[in-house]
Design a protein. Sequence first.
Length: 133
Amino acid sequence: MPPLPTAAEQQAQAEAYRKSSDALDSRVEMSGHSAKEFEMTFERFMASLYMTAMLQLGLMHQQGEQPRMDIIGARQTIDTLALLAEKTKGNLTPTEENFLQNSLYEVRMAYVEVTNALSRPPQPGAATGTGGR
């Protein structure tokens, strides 16, 4: 394992990050948008995990693309949301807590529905992809 960065290295890195972010914010402002629109918040972070799980479950997809499933990835993303819920217990605003719990409920239900559908045997008479043979 590489050695940890020194305090001076961490400070220099943090300053470089801040300067780079400030420059990007200036370009965003010049394009007519507010840099505030793109600030990361806890709710935006939770929303990104929610969207990731839904994409991994194949329930959402990019326009013009076929849905792709990654059930293991979806389970890991859902477990990440659950871990965050546990680790942030008592430290969230009511709005953040509600958002997190609703997101977790919805992705868990979607996961159960998708995995149950995948484990069901094909219905009699359903297309099997074998040309009816």
